[in-house]
Design a protein around this ligand. Sequence first.
Ligand SMILES: C[S@@+](CC[C@H](N)C(=O)[O-])C[C@H]1O[C@@H](n2cnc3c(N)ncnc32)[C@H](O)[C@@H]1O
Length: 238
Amino acid sequence: MIGPTDHYPKNERQRSLVTMDVEFWLERWHRREIGWHRNEINAHLQEFWPSLALDRNACVFVPLCGKTLDLIWLVGQGHRVIGVELAEVAVREIFAEQGLTPTVTEMGPFRRYQLDELVILCGDFFDLKPEHLNQVDAVFDRASLIALPPEMRRRYADKMASLMPSPVPTLLVSLEYDQKTRPGPPFAVHRDEVETLFGDRYRIEPLARLDVLAESPNNLKRGLTSLHEQAYRLSPRV
Ligand SMILES: C[S@@+](CC[C@H](N)C(=O)[O-])C[C@H]1O[C@@H](n2cnc3c(N)ncnc32)[C@H](O)[C@@H]1O
């Protein structure tokens, strides 16, 4: 489960809250402070992905993908998958941990790693252009929107809209807690903000809200009294 734990050093927190820049994330990977990573497939993905009713060979975009195993699961469903990730070490590990050797090519501002149906673009999400993604049929966002501070979340939503002028079915996994109790990342993103960011293009359906406080002892110690993981299905408005 995602949890606002102590993976981000306090002495960098003020800077990170403002910029959440490339260096911030590369440093996290360099120090292996990647507490968001799970050695299991996301439970919401497994439960709710079928409800998006996609064709097997649909192309799925996974923004800010880290080295999540969810990429491998999506390929296993028959999908073509495109991830984007800043940290090259993460990209290499996606393939290495599966014992796979990708083909690596340069593609404008990105280094493109590919093996069969899995493509990872190593570089900055905000440098993407629609032609980098070709035809995307769906999006899976777990710990991507919530990785970004408030002003960048607006940029993220606008960028998604520019990359996919026709909205596509999306499964979004967010995190809810009282942001006043501690800073992010990960940041709390509640339903009203999801509506503000995506409601003009999508019908937003809450799917499941899991209480994950008990799984986050650091946050109990900090005095958090509520911590929930919330999944949404975003359906294009017709
Ligand atoms: C909180 S992690 C979540 C990773 C993944 N979604 C998961 O569920 O494990 C956020 C990831 O986004 C990457 N990232 C942050 N900003 C990015 C950007 N502008 N472009 C591409 N990747 C970015 C970070 O390096 C990090 O691996």
